[in-house]
Design a protein around this ligand. Sequence first.
Ligand code: KG4
Ligand code: ZN
Length: 350
Amino acid sequence: MRPHLKSKKMGLITLGIESSCDETGIALYQMGRGLLAHALYTQVAMHNEYGGVVPELASRDHVRRVIPLVRQVMREADVSLNQISAVAYTQGPGLGGALLVGASVANALAYALDIPTIGIHHLEGHLLSPLLSDPAPEFPFVALLVSGGHTQLMRVDGVGLYILLGETLDDAAGEAFDKSAKLLGLSYPGGPALAKLAASGRPGLYKLPRPMQHSGDLDFSFSGLKTAVLTLVKQSGNDDQTRADIACAVQEAIVDVLAHKARAALEHAGLNQLVVAGGVGANRLLRERLTESIGKRGGKVFYPDLEFCTDNGAMIAFAGALRFAQQQDKKDYRFNVKPRWDLQEIVLRN
Ligand code: KG4
Ligand code: ZN
């Protein structure tokens, strides 16, 4: 069932604003028609100098980018302000100051236009983003959510119907990529840089631990990996080939655990569709490994288009449109942001 195609709110246009971390993402989604336009400004180059995201700089940059990007997508979609029916924004989790920028603009704009606002959970955006791609999965499916802050396996039965199957007990998969990359002297964000370096590495030369791979549950642990990488970096030479070989081993270890647990989650849930969401979902080896191992057991893996894997406004406009379709038109412009926000809190209960 494609719930977004069966709504009373067909044709209505939702503006989405993402500003939870270091990317300003803006998009317009029209119910029944799809994504009209989207734009992204990434602050990666600015934070690169500091080796990670500097929250205060991130907030200030969102302030500079949001309005021009809103204007840009409206121009591209040929949509005027009075055609917008709701404004969705990332309410959390994320950096408090950064979230406040998107929340303030969303509420101010909605107040001026006398239309509702919808606060979206960033991870719900990631969870639903594969539905933006073609072919899209159908409910129910298992989602592997792998980002810089989260590593979770969820059963998704519909919009707002999420059951947590397993999650990381410490570092997220993206964090494991980022921290290992830092130890290898690579710049932020480490995931793509490490994957690039690994391409010239020789597989199987170094063996790193696969934490909790055989724990019998669907949880993960990645904090031990960075200690093992640190030891390996100290013991081995620091020439380019060695660094590439280590990068290769790191990627192998992370991908191996993720693929193993994702397959186990499908078996546990008795489902055969896996959806991969979040920034680490852009990793090519992870994609190959999952497609192969899930395909072998007759399952199918869905990935959002690469641009929707990492943070973006399209997933927020889309999740906003789906939530908007389900709810009454509330116009209440008092808002708060939730830097820490458990996804379970937004689960709809029957
Ligand atoms: O979802 P995302 O853009 O931001 C949030 O954390 O919400 O994910 C960012 C994470 C970072 O840790 C980044 O290093 C990782 O995704 N990442 C990758 C790749 N592209 C992004 N990790 C491994 N391989 C990649 N190709
Ligand atoms: Zn994200």
